[in-house]
Structures are given as C-alpha cells and as structure tokens.
Write a protein that binds this ligand. Structure first.
Ligand SMILES: NC(=O)c1ccc[n+]([C@@H]2O[C@H](COP(=O)([O-])OP(=O)(O)OC[C@H]3O[C@@H](n4cnc5c(N)ncnc54)[C@H](OP(=O)(O)O)[C@@H]3O)[C@@H](O)[C@H]2O)c1
Length: 329
C-alpha cells in the first residue's frame, strides 16, 4: 500500500503525518515511481510552515527523490518499467513511497551512483552549479564568502569554489562545525557567534577589499553583514533564508557600499529548461564521480520520521546532506 507524508495544516514538524494514500495509474506522459530515497531540503520546511505557498491542502511536501519506474503512461517515450531515475525540480510531492511524475521531470540515475546518494545531493548539486556557474562565474583568484559552509548547499559551494581556484572564506554557526567547513575547502572559517564584527574580518582577510561574491542562504541574520563584506561591484547572491526572511532593501544601500549587485535566484528558474536541468546535473555528477566533490550523508532518517528530520534541520543540528529513506514495506 502506498504511503506518504501529508500536511493538512501548516505548522511545525508535527504537521507532517504518515498516511496511506492512493496513487493512480499513470496517464499521458506520466510515470509511476516506486521511490527508494527522498531528498531533505530546507525549502521543504518553508512549504510545511506556510512561508512559501503550496497548491492546496492536504499536500505532500518534497521536491527531490530517486527510485525505480514502476509503470508508464501511453505517451512516455524514453523510459520503461525497471529504469532507475532521479529528480529535483518537483513538482512538490516527493515525500511518498510511490508517486506520479512527468517523464520530463526525471533524469536517469548515473552509473555508479546509489539512489540514496542521488536523493541526498541532486538538488544541492544543481544549486551549487547555478550559484557558481550561472548567477556568477567564479574564477581562480577570486575571494568568495560562503555562509553555512558545513551545511548542505554551503559544503558543496565551498568545495566547488575551491576547486575553481577561488579563495573561500566560510562561516558556521557553531565552533563544532568549523573543522568540517575547513575540510570543505574553506581557507578561513569564521564562527559567527565568536566574531561580532565578521564583515571587518572578511575585509582584513581580503586585503581590505572585500569579496567578489557572497553566497548567503542564511538570510535575515547575515544579509546586511554580507553586503558589508563585498568589494566594489561585488555580487550579493541571496539564495535562501534559513534564519528568516530578509527585510526590504533600499537600493541606495547597494550604491553606498560600492555599486554592488544583488540577485535572488531560484533553482526552479535555472533548471526550467530540460537542457539546463541536464547540464547542471551532468556537471555536478562529473565532479562527484571524479572525487572532486564529496557529499558524505551527514544523517539519514526513515521517510515516516520526516518530522524528526525537519526538527533537526531547523534546529541547526545537521551537517552536510540529509536523506529520507523510504520505509521497507
Ligand atoms: N534559491 C534556491 O534555489 C535554493 C536551492 C536550494 C537551497 N536553497 C537554500 O539554501 C539554504 C541551505 O539549504 P540546505 O537545505 O542545504 O540547508 P543546510 O545548509 O543544510 O541547513 C541550513 C543551515 O543554515 C544555518 N542557519 C543559520 N541560521 C539558522 C537558523 N536560524 N535556523 C536554521 N538554520 C540556520 C545553519 O548552519 P550554521 O549553524 O552553520 O549557521 C544550518 O545548518 C536554505 O536557505 C535553502 O532555502 C535555495
């Protein structure tokens, strides 16, 4: 019997309920997927809490997963039952043992990659590609500031930027995460609670100049400091808000700090075209399979226990990537 985590009313982690569900036969270009593992991403907490809108209630959260094609609709062209696939562009509904999804939303699982690994890192890998190659092109010798550098996206961005030859300064929220951030390629790690004036430290570390680009997924708590850490014409990439929404900004704040640029990218836009989806995933898995990038799974949970996973993610108790393993049936 298929099961899913459903949200009937927005709220805290206890709003996530494990329930039996019906999954119809696939129609048109739909595929019915038996999932092996599901990605746990911060955006899932925004959908659960109501910070980001969802289509209606009850809804099944989650944008990322991996598994095996169980059945195909009559218009499916490139997949057959038994194929191993992965996805990270939604639509929402991944927290389930089985689901329907359009053929175009799926990618083939690369050879040598386990479904648990794919579900833990595809979305973050594509996000890192977007941040380092599309919102801005990081080049050797540039200075890059990466917040939450021991977290999921932050770990990959730091590793990838270091591989590109950038000088990476990472931040973490607790001293216990500093060595992990350093192992992700950060030349210097700033433990933010111990650095009340961390933008000044960033300037000192960059010969008084500031960084070329800041990758800020933390939001409310770091946004202004991030602007203060940029050099003239630097780019502020505000890509998330794990500490809360960023307050409204007067454009003069950009002018006063050196004619800065600001962008607020969403992966959904950057992988909307099938070709870009495939390009981002291929670039990421190429580096992963060559051992350039490492994505140790920091923690795994049964899908039925998604509430604990959400509480840990929001409580800053996770490091690196997390994955939800579909319960044995
Ligand atoms: N724009 C996009 O398309 C896109 C795509 C993927 C992810 N994202 C964003 O990227 C960010 C990271 O996502 P992730 O899934 O990889 O999560 P994550 O980085 O593994 O976890 C979030 C981290 O944020 C830090 N943090 C700082 N203040 C926090 C607070 N008040 N509450 C909770 N965490 C806080 C914590 O690290 P420290 O304790 O070290 O500070 C925490 O571990 C999220 O904001 C997410 O929404 C955006």
């Amino acid at each position: 019997m298929p099961y899913a985590i459903r949200v009937h009313q927005h709220g805290g982690p206890s709003a996530l309920r494990w329930e039996p569900v019906e999954v119809a036969a696939p129609a048109g270009a739909q595929v019915r997927l038996r999932q092996t593992a599901v990605g746990l991403n911060f955006i899932d907490t925004y959908h659960r809490s109501g910070l980001y809108p969802v289509p209606g209630q009850p809804f099944v959260p989650g944008l990322e997963g991996a598994g095996v094609v169980e059945a195909i609709g009559p218009a499916v062209k490139s997949l057959k039952p038994g194929d191993s696939v992965m996805y990270c562009k939604g639509p929402i509904g991944a927290y389930a043992t089985h689901r329907l999804i359009e053929e175009d939303d799926l990618l083939r699982l690369p050879q040598g990659v386990a479904p648990e690994q794919a579900a833990a890192c595809l979305l973050r890998g594509c996000t890192a590609f977007m941040l380092l190659q599309r919102t801005f092109v990081v080049q050797a010798g540039m200075s890059v500031l990466v917040h939450a550098a021991a977290g999921g996206v932050g770990a990959l961005v730091a590793q990838w930027a270091a591989h590109l030859g950038a000088r990476v300064i990472g931040t973490v929220g607790h001293a216990s995460k500093a060595s992990l951030a350093a192992s992700n390629g950060c030349e210097t790690v700033l433990v933010l609670p111990e650095e009340p004036d961390w933008p000044a430290r960033v300037r000192t570390l960059t010969d008084g100049q500031g960084c070329n680009v800041v990758y800020d997924g933390v939001g409310k708590d770091t946004f202004t400091g991030s602007l203060d850490s940029l050099r003239r014409f630097g780019l502020m990439v505000s890509f998330g808000q794990s500490s809360g929404p960023v307050p409204a900004l007067d454009p003069l704040a950009l002018m006063q700090r050196g004619s800065l640029f600001l962008t607020r990218p969403s992966l959904r836009d950057y992988i909307a075209e099938t070709i870009e989806y495939g390009t981002a995933a291929a670039a990421f898995f190429d580096l992963l399979l060559r051992g350039v990038l490492k994505v140790p799974i920091g923690q795994s949970y049964y899908l039925s226990d998604a509430a604990t996973a959400h509480a840990d993610l929001e409580g800053r108790r996770t490091t690196g990537a997390s994955v939800l393993i579909v319960d044995p049936q």
